[in-house]
Design a protein around this ligand. Structure first.
Ligand code: FES
Length: 149
């Protein structure tokens, strides 16, 4: 296992729209040593198309859900809630990116966010940020904290 696979990243990769069915092949949740944070499998890295975005519905009892954007080996995951008024960002399920794939766009009022850190660069929530979700990638599986919704 490489060092990068052990270190949680504040962000994971993008896909080209559409939700990902986690499927039965995902492994069991991880637990960091010493009673640390629990991680749940989000998807296979291979399920995230490079240069695109993917949505993940909220777990039962939750409201917002998550989305991921992959850029090469980097994966960025955020809570699917716009900092402006809290609506989901995707204009079609799983579609979050501008036509050129360079920014995250909110479907409600068109705010534009930087993919790498979620900062709003244009729109009514200028300067605010999307809520990032830490990830770790292990053996080709993207994990997020168990509490991430
Ligand atoms: S809800 Fe996203 S810009 Fe208004």
């Amino acid at each position: 296992m490489s060092e990068s696979e052990k270190t949680p990243s504040p962000h994971p990769p993008p896909a080209r729209g559409g939700g990902v069915d986690p499927g039965p092949e995902l492994p069991l949740p991880l637990r960091e040593g010493g009673g640390g944070r629990e991680w749940r499998p989000l998807c296979l890295l291979a399920d995230l198309p490079d240069g695109g975005s993917t949505s993940f519905p909220p777990p039962p009892g939750s409201f917002t859900g998550l989305f991921a954007v992959r850029q090469g080996g980097a994966v960025f995951v955020y809570v699917n809630s716009c900092p402006h008024i809290g609506t989901p960002l995707d204009w079609v399920p799983g579609r979050f990116l501008s036509a050129d794939g360079s920014r995250i766009i909110c479907a409600t009022h068109g705010a534009e966010f930087r993919i790498t850190d979620g900062e709003c660069l244009r729109g009514p929530c200028f300067g605010d940020r999307l809520e990032p979700v830490m990830i770790q990638i292990k053996d080709g599986v993207v994990f997020v904290p168990q509490v991430a919704q």
